[in-house]
Write a protein that binds this ligand. Structure first.
Ligand code: GBH
Length: 488
């Protein structure tokens, strides 16, 4: 940092701390019609509603060996990737497609041969299209046994070498963006939020079913861990001189964190949805049977957390407020929360428009620790930022990303010092990739991808991560660009 006269402190991490990077199948693989792969809802949705498709993406399907070598040359020892369900089961049901299985065998073997430990997500949004067409995707109860069957195929094929599993990546996005706002595949909308809560219910049941299969049929011999990755912003209550109004803002901020994280984490760590959700959603929020509650409670060996940004929050009062990210405070999933997200005008913004607030990460980690105390700890399975990098020259000097990552990792360390049991951190993303409905316009990679030539070029942030891994430490210097809690 260049903060005038600021001192630099070295923050050391525990010896067994897990550092890595993350990707997702549809965002990097390409080869959409090769190896017997079936179509996913993202093939359909991107063709119909997005500026780009993942047809080629980073061509990782053909270039995985080069990518793994690059990872190794950067000293990276852990890699989180996802399996494409329609590569394993082209129509979402039935026996495994041998060519799809062979690809992940080769990738996993290549990683291990290069000294890199794989962590595998089963579902990072690429649902087989056939399950959407035949059963309405996550709105259909039939997808729960289908996911269980798919998970079993993966554990059986790869569990001898994969020792960390994640069932779902961010079910919040699947449900809110996929069945609420329509920004993500399959592009469904729900004004009253009923579809959002129903799809979430099915994701939770599918998660619990897959974990049950792993624990009964595979974990005794394979001895791996299984969990889920959830996403959340930090919601900082807006201050107010009137203590009653300030209390309303605090309640609203808490509600928004419950709707984002507690929606999934409460059933998993406490056995049911948060009381506040039950009270405000009524019958639009489905109920679990006693048997399902038992299956859900304790169904994650650790908490995977994806975190990108923070907001100030105020109670929405009697008006119809619109959050700074364009979400209404009346009606449906967002209205149920009765909270309005605001941004601080002085906060730095990434190329996504998301505010850079490292201290919000610290508070979120402590919130997770207090509410859930996950026995296997917290793994930060994604954190990162998009930077506008129009040329290769601009891209490789990504000092904004270096400052972002350094600030967030330092904030994570501060949370750990206060008791947050954080065991790992994965930067999003190893490569620039297909940023869903925004296509290739947003670059999150620590490695630059030239989409014309498929050339990979490590950015300054890749060198930063190399040195963090090598030293198991970060240097903390207040960055003048990012406000800290003391100056907020
Ligand atoms: C992650 O999603 C994904 O796992 C990953 O695939 C993706 O590439 C990466 O982040 C970067 O986007 O949505 O308007 O209500 C992060 C999704 C984005 C969800 C911010 C919460 C809050 C504002 N998060 N979002 S809004």
């Amino acid at each position: 940092g260049d903060g005038a006269g600021s001192e630099v402190t070295t923050l050391k991490f525990p010896a067994d701390f897990v550092w890595g990077t993350a990707t997702a199948s549809y965002q990097i693989e390409g080869a959409w019609d090769e190896g017997g792969r079936g179509l996913s809802i993202w093939d359909t949705f991107s063709r119909a509603s997005c500026p780009d498709t993942g047809d080629v993406a980073c061509d990782h399907f053909h270039r995985y060996q080069e990518d793994v070598k690059l990872m190794q040359s950067l000293g990276l020892k852990n890699y989180r990737f996802s399996i494409s369900w329609p590569r394993i089961q082209p129509t979402g049901r039935g026996p495994a497609n041998a060519e799809g299985v062979a690809f992940y065998h080769a990738l996993i073997d290549c990683l291990l041969a290069h000294g890199i430990t794989p962590l595998v997500t089963l579902y990072h949004w690429d649902l087989p299209q056939a399950l959407e067409t035949e059963h309405g995707g996550w709105l259909g109860r039939e997808v729960v046994p289908a996911f269980e069957e798919y998970a079993r195929l993966c554990f059986a094929a790869f569990g001898d070498r994969v020792k960390t599993w994640l069932t779902f990546n961010e079910p919040w996005c699947t449900c809110v963006l996929g069945y609420g706002t329509g920004e993500h595949a399959p592009g469904a909308t729900s004004a009253d939020g009923a579809k959002v809560y129903l799809s979430g219910h099915h994701c939770l049941l599918a998660h619990a079913a897959a974990v049950d299969v792993y624990r009964r049929e595979f974990q005794p011999a394979q001895r791996g861990a299984i969990g889920i990755t959830l996403n959340a912003n930090w919601n900082e209550p807006l201050a107010h001189s009137d203590v009653a109004i300030a209390a309303n803002h605090r309640d609203a901020a808490e509600r928004m964190t419950l709707w984002a994280l507690g929606w999934f984490a409460d059933p998993i760590w406490k056995g049911d949805y948060p009381e506040e959700m039950r009270a405000r959603c009524g019958p639009r929020l489905p109920s679990f049977t006693e048997e399902e509650k038992v299956l859900l409670k304790g169904s994650s060996d650790f908490l995977g957390l994806n975190h990108y940004s923070s907001d100030f929050v105020q109670d929405s009062g009697d008006g119809d407020f619109i959050s700074h990210w364009g979400k209404p405070s009346k009606g449906g999933y967002f209205g149920d929360q009765h909270g309005t997200a605001l941004t601080h005008p002085a906060w730095a913004r990434t190329d996504m428009g998301w505010s850079v607030v490292p201290w919000g990460f610290e508070k979120l980690l402590l919130w997770c620790q207090r509410r859930y105390s996950p026995a296997g700890g917290i793994y930060v399975t994604e954190n990162g930022c998009a930077v506008a990098e129009p040329t290769k020259e601009a891209a490789i000097k990504d000092d904004f990303r270096v400052a972002f990552l350094n600030g967030y990792v330092a904030a994570m360390h501060q949370a750990m010092e206060q008791g947050a049991d954080v065991r790992g951190y994965f930067a999003w993303s190893f490569l620039d990739n297909f940023e869903w409905s925004l296509g290739y316009s947003k670059r999150f990679g620590i490695v630059r991808v030239d989409y014309d030539t498929q050339e990979r070029t490590p950015k300054a942030s890749a060198r930063w991560l190399s040195s963090v891994v090598a030293s198991n430490a970060v240097q903390l210097a207040r960055d003048a660009r990012f406000m800290d809690a003391a100056t907020m």
